[in-house]
Every structure is written in structure tokens, then in C-alpha cells.
Write a protein that binds this ligand. Structure first.
Ligand SMILES: Cc1cc2nc3c(=O)[nH]c(=O)nc-3n(C[C@H](O)[C@H](O)[C@H](O)COP(=O)(O)O)c2cc1C
Length: 194
């Protein structure tokens, strides 16, 4: 055991105080209750360009694009657990979330091109959509691809369909409690890993 478990929450929603942030905050609170040290990054507040496929990260050292993602790489590397939280936009994750994920190509190169061993960690996706029939297939597949790359499998998923208005997730009888519980579990899993 080497200090507190570090749980990184990544908010992919641009709507502050909306459903996704409520879910993420509940998860992070749950993790904190388990003794984890928590940090939340708000992607919409950062300037993160999409990956340009320049292959600059093929050496596994760094992404050559110089923007706010540079500060997130060490946070990702350090995290014992990562909670990715995104609303569903056109059946997938938000553009902010996808840009963040694509910029994790650095970790993909390290793992799959260079065979470098990454740190094992825990991972989870929180997703919310307005359509009652949203099936979350695309966000889940995208999150799993990320968490495979970050050695954070299996990826736990909590997904809630039918919530359009900001804070309407509070009408769900269990969503915030389930998120909080997920945060607790992630912190516990992270503790088993470190
Ligand atoms: C550009 C845009 C696209 C959306 N596309 C979908 C969609 O494909 N399926 C769905 O269920 N909800 C869709 N929604 C609704 C949001 O997922 C929903 O309102 C969610 O609760 C927003 O989360 P937030 O409160 O964290 O912003 C879309 C919303 C926006 C703004």
C-alpha cells in the first residue's frame, strides 16, 4: 500500500451542474468516503485539440501537441482509478470527451506499439442520455477501448436513459446512490491494485 488511492474524475459534459456532473460528483464523494484522494477535471474548461494522427507519440514519450492535455497526462498516469463521465450526444460521447480519449493515443502507442507495461488501475463510465431508448452501445464501446488502453479493465458502467433537463437525474430513485456506491467500489478496487 503506497498512500491514498487516487481517483480521477473526467467530466465530459459542457453543462456544469447537469446530470453528468451530479453523477460524477456522487462517484467522487463515494471514493472520498473510502479514503481515496479525488480530483475532477472539467474537459470543457480546457483547450484540448483533437488528435491529428501526426504519429509524434509513437516513441511513447509524449504527445507533441502543446495544449491543456499536457497537464492531464501525468494525472492519468498517476490515477489508480478513472471515472469517465459523459452525456450521450448523437448516440456517442461528447466531442470534449472524444478529443480527450483520442489524445490518449500516447498510451495506446506505449502499450500496443512499444509493449510497455502500464500501471493497472480501475475504470468506470458514467453516462446519461435523454432518449428513453438510448442503448449506450457507442459510449460503452468507446470507453472500453480507452480503458483497455489504460489497463483499467473490466470497465464498470452506469448508464441512465430518459434524463434531458439539467438535474433531472435527481428524479431517478437510485442513480446518485448507485454512483456513490460505484465510487466506493472503485476506490476499494484501486486499493487492491496498488
Ligand atoms: C448536441 C446534443 C446531442 C444529444 N444527443 C443525444 C442522443 O443521441 N441520445 C440521447 O439519449 N440524448 C441526447 N442528448 C441529450 C443529453 O444526453 C441529455 O440531455 C443529458 O441529460 C445531458 O447531460 P448533462 O445534464 O450532463 O449535460 C443530446 C444533447 C445534446 C446537447
Amino acid at each position: 500500500m503506497s498512500g491514498a488511492v487516487k481517483v480521477l474524475g473526467v467530466l465530459g459534459s459542457p453543462r456544469r451542474g447537469g446530470n453528468t456532473e451530479l453523477l460524477l460528483d456522487a462517484a467522487l464523494e463515494g471514493a472520498a468516503e473510502e479514503g481515496a484522494s479525488i480530483e475532477k477535471v472539467v474537459l470543457d474548461a480546457l483547450a484540448i485539440r483533437p488528435c491529428t494522427a501526426c504519429d509524434g507519440c509513437r516513441d511513447g514519450i509524449r504527445c507533441v501537441l502543446n495544449d491543456d492535455m499536457a497537464a492531464l497526462y501525468p494525472k492519468i498516469e498517476d490515477a489508480d482509478a478513472i471515472v469517465l463521465a459523459s452525456p450521450v450526444y448523437f448516440e456517442s460521447v461528447t466531442a470534449q470527451t472524444k478529443a480527450f480519449i483520442d489524445r490518449c493515443q500516447l498510451f495506446w502507442c506505449r502499450k500496443y506499439l512499444l509493449g510497455m507495461k502500464g500501471k493497472r488501475r480501475a475504470g468506470a463510465l458514467l453516462a446519461v442520455g435523454a432518449r428513453v431508448r438510448t442503448d449506450f452501445h457507442a459510449p460503452e464501446a468507446t470507453a472500453r477501448a480507452l480503458f483497455h488502453t489504460l489497463d483499467a479493465m473490466p470497465c464498470q458502467v452506469l448508464a441512465y436513459a430518459g434524463f434531458e433537463e439539467p438535474r433531472s437525474i435527481e428524479d431517478h430513485p437510485d442513480a446518485l446512490r448507485e454512483s456513490r456506491e460505484l465510487g466506493r467500489q472503485l476506490a476499494a478496487r484501486g486499493r487492491d491494485i496498488i
